[in-house]
Ligand binder design. Sequence first.
Ligand code: BMP
Length: 225
Amino acid sequence: MLVVAIDPPVREEKDKRIDILVRGVDEYVSGYKIGIPFLLKHGKQGIRRLRRLTEKPIIADLKLADIGDIMSTTVKHLANTGVNAVIAHAFVGYNGALETLVKTSMVTGVGVILVASMSHDGSREFIDKHIDEFLDLAVKAGVEGIVAPATRPNVIRYARERLGGSIKIYSPGIGIQGAEPGSALCAGANYEIVGRLITGSKNPGEAAREVREIQLKRWSKCHHG
Ligand code: BMP
């Protein structure tokens, strides 16, 4: 239900910070999402260290958007680090791009999550205008999940209706970006991605526990009245 985004931690003072963060939040989370800042700062060694700290899934949010061969090579570099999935943009299309990425994913076991819509306002300028095509592409490519924004729950509801139940929805935008914990889950998301609300807290473990508690309360309210 809760995926922590480590971008890296905002309050990071020393490398030890990641160890402290993971030890504090691990029991409350379903997985971790690491971004390009994490990779640039800590490298593949950092991902391997994170892998040793947790058994939960790790998503590499590289927002891949390239020709298939380059995306495939990138995933092969990540495959031996313990990463479980990568995030890619949908707008690159299937032929010569996502088709190759998905084939590599089958060989390496690194799943693919596609960006169907984003949490910032500018997503409406271009990305959201193509949401139908992106959702169809997610089904055609057989990806494991999509990203849809907690900041616009109507987009999550639309995606859930169109996708049915088999593709997971990962939803960022909780906390600092304005959405309430649990609101995306109520709209049909499987996971809420939360970064700074937890990583920027003095006590990340306590922050994660609180987010989880609010998620559960809201979720049980919207499902059982
Ligand atoms: P935060 O909870 O601190 O706002 O972080 C949100 C995380 O989700 C960041 O890692 C960001 O890269 C990611 N994200 C997002 O905010 N909006 C999107 O549409 C897609 C994302 O991956």
